[in-house]
Design a protein around this ligand. Structure first.
Ligand code: SF4
Length: 367
C-alpha cells in the first residue's frame, strides 16, 4: 500500500496516514456548506478533482457508541464503527451528517476522506472487559459500511469480530459488500445475523443512488454464500425512495429468500439534514431524467407533508399517506408469503435486530 506522507492536520488533530496522490481521480469536489464551519470554499470554475485520503484517528478513547432508540429493547442499542466516511457513496446515506461534525463536507468529502480507527480492536477489548455483562449485543454499522473497501487492508472489522467471539457478544452486521464473506470463519463462531442492504433489484436502478457499491447481484451472491455456510442472513429493503423502488419489493424478497435469508426489514428514505437534502437532490438531477426527479421529489413531499425532510423522529422512517400504507402492506404480504421473520425459539435468543411482526417494528430497530 502506498504511503507517501504522514501529516498531522492542525485543524482536526487527525493524522493523515496516506496522501495518495497516485489514486485516480473519480469525481470533482462537491460539498454542501457545512453548518458547523464559519467558511465554505467556493471554486471559480470547475472544482478540483477528488482524491482518496485516509486519516488515522489515534485519539479515540471509545469504540462502542450507545444510542437511544425508543422502541429498542430497554431503549438502547450499541454500535461499533471502525471507520468514518464511506467510499460506497450512497447519495441517501444519513451518516453523511457525521462527517460534518469533523469539519468535513457531507458530499464528496464523506466518500473520499475516510477516517480509520486503528485502535478499534484494542479499545473494544478494553471496553468489553468492563461492560460485557451489560452488553446485550453489538451492531456493526450505522456510521459507515463495516466492509467498505479499505477493510480489505486494515481488517479492523474482522479483528473486532474476533474480540466479540472471544467475549461471546451477539452481533448484528449490516453491509452492502461481499467482502463480508472473507470473515466466514469468524462469523461461524458468533451469534450473528448479517443483513445485506438491498433496496434496488437491478444495477441500473441502484446506480443513480449507489454509484460505488457492489451491484445487487453481487450482494445476493454473498448472501447465498453466507447462508450456505449456516450463517443467519437477512435483507434490508432500505431505503424505500417513494415513487422509485416500491415495485422492486416483491422481487427483492424473492431473491433474498432464494439466497437463504430468513429475516427482512424495510425503511423509508429519511433525509436528516439540509446538506444531505441538497446533495441527494443534486445527484438525482445529474443521474436521472428530469421527469423522474420531479416524480420522486413530489412523492416524497406528499409523504412528508410538503417538504423532503421529516418533521419528527417518529416520522423518520415512515410515510404518512395511504400510498405508504399500501407499500407496507405489500412488504408485509410478501414477508408472510415467503416466511420471513418467523419467530422461533432459536430466534428468540438470537442476537442483533430481533424479528419483527411488522416491517415498521423491524425498521425502527435498525434505523
Ligand atoms: S454503504 Fe451504507 S454507510 Fe456506506 S454510503 Fe451506503 S448507506 Fe452509507
Amino acid at each position: 500500500m502506498p504511503c507517501p506522507a504522514l501529516v498531522l492536520c492542525v485543524l482536526c488533530g487527525l493524522l493523515i496516514l496516506y496522501g495518495c496522490g497516485s489514486v485516480a481521480s473519480v469525481r470533482c469536489i462537491e460539498n454542501p456548506p457545512n453548518p458547523y464551519n464559519r467558511f465554505s470554499p467556493e471554486y471559480l470554475g470547475e472544482p478540483p478533482p477528488t482524491k482518496l485520503e485516509v486519516f488515522e484517528e489515534t485519539a479515540t478513547k471509545n469504540v462502542i457508541t450507545k444510542a437511544f432508540a425508543s422502541d429498542w429493547e430497554g431503549g438502547w442499542r450499541y454500535t461499533v464503527n471502525c471507520y468514518r466516511g464511506c467510499i460506497h457513496g450512497c447519495t441517501y446515506c444519513f451518516a453523511r451528517q457525521y462527517h460534518e461534525y469533523l469539519g468535513y463536507g457531507a458530499g464528496t468529502d464523506f466518500e473520499t476522506k475516510i477516517v480509520v480507527k486503528p485502535n478499534a480492536p484494542h479499545l473494544l477489548r478494553e471496553e468489553l472487559k468492563k461492560c460485557r455483562d451489560r452488553m446485550p449485543h453489538l451492531d456493526f454499522s450505522f456510521a459507515t459500511d463495516p466492509y467498505l473497501p479499505l477493510e480489505a487492508s486494515f481488517e479492523l472489522t474482522r479483528k473486532c469480530l474476533e474480540v466479540c467471539a472471544e467475549f461471546r457478544v451477539p452481533v448484528g452486521v449490516i453491509t452492502k459488500s461481499p467482502l463480508v464473506t472473507r470473515d466466514i470463519d469468524i462469523l461461524k463462531r458468533l451469534k450473528v445475523t448479517v443483513f445485506f442492504s438491498l433496496p434496488f433489484l437491478t444495477k441500473e436502478k441502484s446506480n443513480p443512488f449507489e454509484p460505488f457499491t457492489p451491484v445487487p447481484e453481487a450482494r445476493f451472491r454473498a448472501m447465498k454464500t453466507l447462508s450456505d455456510e449456516g450463517i443467519a442472513t437477512g435483507i434490508g429493503v432500505a431505503p424505500i425512495i417513494p415513487g422509485y423502488n416500491e415495485p422492486d419489493i416483491p422481487g427483492l424478497l424473492e431473491m433474498a429468500k432464494e439466497s437463504g435469508a430468513a429475516r427482512a426489514f424495510m425503511s423509508m428514505l429519511h433525509i436528516d439534514t439540509d446538506s444531505i437534502e441538497e446533495y441527494f437532490v443534486q445527484r438525482m438531477h445529474e443521474r436521472l431524467p428530469d421527469t423522474r426527479v420531479v416524480k420522486i421529489v413530489n412523492t416524497i413531499k406528499r409523504e412528508r407533508g410538503g417538504t423532503l425532510r421529516h418533521r419528527s423522529y417518529k416520522e423518520r422512517s415512515t410515510g404518512r399517506t395511504e400510498q405508504w400504507e399500501v407499500t407496507k402492506k405489500l412488504f408485509d404480504f410478501h414477508i408472510a408469503r415467503l416466511g420471513f421473520n418467523v419467530r422461533s425459539r432459536s430466534a428468540e435468543i438470537e442476537p442483533g435486530p430481533g424479528p419483527a411482526s411488522s416491517s415498521e417494528a423491524m425498521q425502527q430497530r435498525l434505523f
